[in-house]
Design a binder for this molecule. Sequence first.
Ligand code: PAF
Length: 274
Amino acid sequence: MRIVKQLQELNDALAFESKRSIGFVPTMGFLHDGHRSLINASKKRADFTVVSIFINPTQFNNPSDLKNYPVSLKQDLIILEKEDVDLVFCPDFDNLYKNEKLVEIPLGTLDSVLEAKKRKGHFHGVIRVVNLFFKLINPNYAFFGEKDYQQYLIINQLTKIVFPQIEIIMCPTHREQSGLAMSSRNSRLSSEDFDRSIEIYKVLIFCKKNFDFSNRVELEKICLKKLSKFSKPEYFEIRHSDDLLNNGGKLKIWRAFAATNLGDIRLIDNIALN
Ligand code: PAF
Protein backbone atom coordinates (compact mmCIF):
# COMPACT_ATOMS: atom_id res chain seq x y z
CA MET A 1 0.00 0.00 0.00
CA ARG A 2 1.40 3.34 -1.00
CA ILE A 3 0.80 6.41 1.19
CA VAL A 4 0.95 9.71 -0.64
CA LYS A 5 0.79 13.27 0.68
CA GLN A 6 1.96 15.46 -2.18
CA LEU A 7 -0.09 16.20 -5.28
CA GLN A 8 2.83 15.56 -7.61
CA GLU A 9 3.48 12.18 -6.00
CA LEU A 10 -0.19 11.29 -6.48
CA ASN A 11 -0.01 12.33 -10.11
CA ASP A 12 3.07 10.18 -10.69
CA ALA A 13 1.56 7.15 -8.94
CA LEU A 14 -1.68 7.37 -10.92
CA ALA A 15 0.14 7.85 -14.23
CA PHE A 16 1.26 4.21 -13.88
CA GLU A 17 -2.36 3.11 -13.55
CA SER A 18 -3.67 4.74 -16.72
CA LYS A 19 -4.68 1.38 -18.20
CA ARG A 20 -6.43 0.10 -15.09
CA SER A 21 -9.77 1.18 -13.68
CA ILE A 22 -9.62 3.31 -10.54
CA GLY A 23 -12.11 3.17 -7.67
CA PHE A 24 -12.10 6.07 -5.22
CA VAL A 25 -13.37 6.14 -1.62
CA PRO A 26 -13.17 9.61 -0.04
CA THR A 27 -13.14 9.63 3.78
CA MET A 28 -12.41 11.91 6.70
CA GLY A 29 -10.70 9.05 8.55
CA PHE A 30 -11.59 7.38 11.86
CA LEU A 31 -12.52 4.42 9.72
CA HIS A 32 -15.24 1.92 10.63
CA ASP A 33 -17.05 -0.99 8.98
CA GLY A 34 -19.12 1.42 6.89
CA HIS A 35 -15.91 2.63 5.21
CA ARG A 36 -14.79 -0.99 4.88
CA SER A 37 -17.91 -1.81 2.91
CA LEU A 38 -17.21 1.11 0.52
CA ILE A 39 -13.64 -0.14 0.08
CA ASN A 40 -14.88 -3.69 -0.59
CA ALA A 41 -17.31 -2.36 -3.19
CA SER A 42 -14.45 -0.51 -4.87
CA LYS A 43 -12.17 -3.54 -4.82
CA LYS A 44 -14.88 -5.62 -6.48
CA ARG A 45 -15.55 -3.06 -9.19
CA ALA A 46 -12.13 -1.49 -9.92
CA ASP A 47 -8.57 -2.70 -10.50
CA PHE A 48 -6.97 -0.08 -8.27
CA THR A 49 -8.50 1.43 -5.11
CA VAL A 50 -7.60 4.88 -3.82
CA VAL A 51 -8.78 6.01 -0.36
CA SER A 52 -8.39 9.60 0.77
CA ILE A 53 -8.15 10.62 4.42
CA PHE A 54 -8.71 14.32 4.82
CA ILE A 55 -10.77 16.19 7.42
CA ASN A 56 -12.08 18.93 5.18
CA PRO A 57 -12.41 22.22 7.12
CA THR A 58 -14.49 23.93 4.41
CA GLN A 59 -17.46 21.61 5.03
CA PHE A 60 -17.73 22.26 8.78
CA ASN A 61 -20.27 24.96 9.56
CA ASN A 62 -19.60 24.54 13.27
CA PRO A 63 -15.98 25.15 14.45
CA SER A 64 -16.39 23.00 17.58
CA ASP A 65 -17.56 20.07 15.41
CA LEU A 66 -14.33 20.40 13.41
CA LYS A 67 -12.23 20.69 16.57
CA ASN A 68 -13.83 17.58 18.08
CA TYR A 69 -13.86 15.47 14.93
CA PRO A 70 -12.15 12.17 15.86
CA VAL A 71 -8.72 11.47 14.36
CA SER A 72 -6.85 8.15 14.21
CA LEU A 73 -4.48 8.19 11.25
CA LYS A 74 -2.23 5.42 12.58
CA GLN A 75 -5.14 3.04 13.20
CA ASP A 76 -6.73 4.03 9.86
CA LEU A 77 -3.56 3.10 7.98
CA ILE A 78 -3.49 -0.31 9.70
CA ILE A 79 -7.10 -0.91 8.61
CA LEU A 80 -6.39 0.19 5.04
CA GLU A 81 -3.31 -2.04 4.85
CA LYS A 82 -5.44 -5.00 6.01
CA GLU A 83 -8.08 -4.16 3.42
CA ASP A 84 -5.33 -4.26 0.81
CA VAL A 85 -6.02 -0.75 -0.48
CA ASP A 86 -3.62 0.25 -3.25
CA LEU A 87 -3.09 3.92 -2.46
CA VAL A 88 -3.93 6.24 0.43
CA PHE A 89 -3.97 9.95 -0.22
CA CYS A 90 -3.67 12.20 2.85
CA PRO A 91 -2.91 15.72 1.68
CA ASP A 92 -2.59 18.79 3.85
CA PHE A 93 -4.98 21.69 3.45
CA ASP A 94 -2.68 24.26 1.77
CA ASN A 95 -1.36 21.76 -0.68
CA LEU A 96 -4.79 20.44 -1.68
CA TYR A 97 -6.52 23.81 -1.99
CA LYS A 98 -3.63 25.87 -3.41
CA ASN A 99 -4.73 25.82 -7.07
CA GLU A 100 -8.45 25.50 -6.46
CA LYS A 101 -10.83 26.77 -9.15
CA LEU A 102 -14.29 27.06 -7.67
CA VAL A 103 -17.17 25.37 -9.49
CA GLU A 104 -20.75 26.64 -9.51
CA ILE A 105 -23.42 24.02 -10.05
CA PRO A 106 -27.18 24.43 -9.88
CA LEU A 107 -28.53 22.40 -6.96
CA GLY A 108 -32.20 23.46 -6.80
CA THR A 109 -34.00 22.15 -3.70
CA LEU A 110 -31.01 19.95 -2.79
CA ASP A 111 -29.31 23.07 -1.46
CA SER A 112 -32.15 24.46 0.62
CA VAL A 113 -33.68 21.59 2.62
CA LEU A 114 -32.71 19.08 5.35
CA GLU A 115 -28.93 19.16 5.94
CA ALA A 116 -28.44 22.16 3.63
CA LYS A 117 -30.90 24.18 5.70
CA LYS A 118 -29.46 23.12 9.05
CA ARG A 119 -25.77 23.21 8.13
CA LYS A 120 -25.37 26.34 6.03
CA GLY A 121 -22.45 26.08 3.62
CA HIS A 122 -21.79 22.42 4.43
CA PHE A 123 -22.46 21.05 0.95
CA HIS A 124 -20.51 23.85 -0.71
CA GLY A 125 -17.47 22.65 1.24
CA VAL A 126 -18.20 19.04 0.24
CA ILE A 127 -18.47 20.07 -3.42
CA ARG A 128 -15.20 22.01 -3.20
CA VAL A 129 -13.21 19.09 -1.82
CA VAL A 130 -14.80 16.38 -3.98
CA ASN A 131 -14.24 18.57 -7.04
CA LEU A 132 -10.53 18.81 -6.12
CA PHE A 133 -10.27 15.05 -5.51
CA PHE A 134 -12.07 14.14 -8.73
CA LYS A 135 -9.81 16.46 -10.75
CA LEU A 136 -6.67 15.00 -9.20
CA ILE A 137 -7.66 11.33 -9.20
CA ASN A 138 -10.11 11.14 -12.11
CA PRO A 139 -11.47 7.77 -10.95
CA ASN A 140 -13.74 5.53 -13.01
CA TYR A 141 -15.93 4.95 -9.95
CA ALA A 142 -16.44 6.80 -6.67
CA PHE A 143 -18.24 5.29 -3.68
CA PHE A 144 -20.52 7.09 -1.21
CA GLY A 145 -22.69 5.82 1.65
CA GLU A 146 -26.49 5.91 1.67
CA LYS A 147 -26.44 7.35 5.20
CA ASP A 148 -25.43 10.69 3.67
CA TYR A 149 -28.12 10.44 1.01
CA GLN A 150 -28.39 14.19 0.34
CA GLN A 151 -24.61 14.33 -0.12
CA TYR A 152 -24.91 11.46 -2.62
CA LEU A 153 -27.54 13.39 -4.63
CA ILE A 154 -25.37 16.52 -4.62
CA ILE A 155 -22.24 14.64 -5.73
CA ASN A 156 -24.33 13.07 -8.49
CA GLN A 157 -25.26 16.55 -9.66
CA LEU A 158 -21.61 17.72 -9.59
CA THR A 159 -20.61 14.62 -11.52
CA LYS A 160 -23.35 14.95 -14.12
CA ILE A 161 -22.20 18.49 -14.95
CA VAL A 162 -18.41 18.45 -14.45
CA PHE A 163 -17.28 14.80 -14.46
CA PRO A 164 -19.68 12.79 -16.65
CA GLN A 165 -16.98 10.12 -17.08
CA ILE A 166 -17.11 9.17 -13.37
CA GLU A 167 -19.72 6.68 -12.14
CA ILE A 168 -21.05 7.40 -8.65
CA ILE A 169 -22.01 4.31 -6.69
CA MET A 170 -24.14 4.50 -3.57
CA CYS A 171 -23.52 1.73 -1.05
CA PRO A 172 -26.17 0.70 1.53
CA THR A 173 -25.90 2.13 5.04
CA HIS A 174 -23.81 -0.10 7.26
CA ARG A 175 -25.44 -0.53 10.69
CA GLU A 176 -24.42 -1.65 14.16
CA GLN A 177 -26.23 -4.81 15.28
CA SER A 178 -28.64 -2.50 17.08
CA GLY A 179 -29.54 -0.78 13.81
CA LEU A 180 -27.63 2.46 14.53
CA ALA A 181 -26.10 3.75 11.29
CA MET A 182 -22.31 3.58 11.50
CA SER A 183 -20.61 6.95 11.72
CA SER A 184 -17.29 8.21 13.01
CA ARG A 185 -19.31 10.46 15.34
CA ASN A 186 -20.79 7.39 17.15
CA SER A 187 -17.47 6.98 18.94
CA ARG A 188 -18.18 10.21 20.84
CA LEU A 189 -21.56 9.06 22.23
CA SER A 190 -21.71 8.32 25.96
CA SER A 191 -22.73 4.72 26.66
CA GLU A 192 -26.23 5.88 27.74
CA ASP A 193 -26.65 7.87 24.54
CA PHE A 194 -25.32 4.98 22.49
CA ASP A 195 -28.11 2.81 23.96
CA ARG A 196 -30.70 5.53 23.29
CA SER A 197 -29.49 6.08 19.73
CA ILE A 198 -30.89 2.65 18.77
CA GLU A 199 -34.32 4.28 18.77
CA ILE A 200 -33.53 6.41 15.71
CA TYR A 201 -33.62 3.40 13.39
CA LYS A 202 -36.73 2.10 15.16
CA VAL A 203 -38.52 5.37 14.36
CA LEU A 204 -37.46 5.09 10.71
CA ILE A 205 -38.73 1.51 10.54
CA PHE A 206 -41.99 2.60 12.16
CA CYS A 207 -42.31 5.28 9.48
CA LYS A 208 -41.66 2.78 6.70
CA LYS A 209 -44.27 0.37 8.07
CA ASN A 210 -46.92 3.07 8.40
CA PHE A 211 -46.12 5.15 5.32
CA ASP A 212 -48.90 5.94 2.98
CA PHE A 213 -48.94 8.87 0.56
CA SER A 214 -52.03 10.35 2.18
CA ASN A 215 -50.84 10.18 5.81
CA ARG A 216 -47.29 11.44 5.33
CA VAL A 217 -47.68 14.87 6.99
CA GLU A 218 -49.31 13.32 10.04
CA LEU A 219 -46.65 10.60 10.11
CA GLU A 220 -43.83 13.18 10.09
CA LYS A 221 -45.32 14.75 13.21
CA ILE A 222 -45.70 11.40 14.98
CA CYS A 223 -42.11 10.41 14.18
CA LEU A 224 -40.73 13.78 15.29
CA LYS A 225 -42.52 13.30 18.60
CA LYS A 226 -41.08 9.80 18.94
CA LEU A 227 -37.56 11.18 18.35
CA SER A 228 -38.07 13.90 20.94
CA LYS A 229 -38.78 11.26 23.63
CA PHE A 230 -35.09 10.32 23.80
CA SER A 231 -33.20 13.07 21.90
CA LYS A 232 -33.35 16.64 20.56
CA PRO A 233 -34.56 16.31 16.97
CA GLU A 234 -33.84 18.90 14.27
CA TYR A 235 -36.16 17.42 11.68
CA PHE A 236 -38.07 14.35 10.58
CA GLU A 237 -39.15 14.80 6.98
CA ILE A 238 -40.57 12.67 4.21
CA ARG A 239 -39.37 13.76 0.77
CA HIS A 240 -38.94 12.51 -2.80
CA SER A 241 -35.87 10.35 -3.33
CA ASP A 242 -34.71 12.15 -6.46
CA ASP A 243 -35.09 15.90 -5.86
CA LEU A 244 -35.95 16.08 -2.14
CA LEU A 245 -39.16 17.99 -2.87
CA ASN A 246 -42.19 17.03 -0.81
CA ASN A 247 -45.10 18.06 -2.98
CA GLY A 248 -45.26 15.38 -5.68
CA GLY A 249 -47.89 12.79 -6.46
CA LYS A 250 -48.65 9.31 -5.28
CA LEU A 251 -46.34 7.62 -7.75
CA LYS A 252 -43.19 9.29 -6.46
CA ILE A 253 -40.48 7.31 -4.64
CA TRP A 254 -40.31 8.60 -1.07
CA ARG A 255 -37.68 8.56 1.65
CA ALA A 256 -37.74 9.61 5.33
CA PHE A 257 -34.88 11.71 6.76
CA ALA A 258 -34.03 12.30 10.41
CA ALA A 259 -31.50 14.48 12.22
CA THR A 260 -31.30 14.48 15.99
CA ASN A 261 -28.93 15.32 18.84
CA LEU A 262 -27.89 13.07 21.68
CA GLY A 263 -25.84 15.12 24.12
CA ASP A 264 -23.71 17.24 21.82
CA ILE A 265 -23.53 14.58 19.10
CA ARG A 266 -25.58 15.18 15.99
CA LEU A 267 -26.73 12.05 14.15
CA ILE A 268 -28.50 11.67 10.82
CA ASP A 269 -30.15 8.69 9.16
CA ASN A 270 -32.70 7.97 6.43
CA ILE A 271 -34.74 5.15 4.96
CA ALA A 272 -36.40 4.38 1.62
CA LEU A 273 -40.17 4.14 2.15
CA ASN A 274 -41.61 2.62 -1.03
O1 PAF B 1 -18.81 11.82 3.66
C1 PAF B 1 -17.70 12.25 4.05
O2 PAF B 1 -16.99 11.63 4.85
C2 PAF B 1 -17.21 13.58 3.50
O3 PAF B 1 -18.25 14.47 3.32
C3 PAF B 1 -16.37 13.45 2.21
C4 PAF B 1 -17.21 12.90 1.08
C5 PAF B 1 -15.18 12.54 2.47
C6 PAF B 1 -15.85 14.81 1.78
O4 PAF B 1 -15.02 15.39 2.75
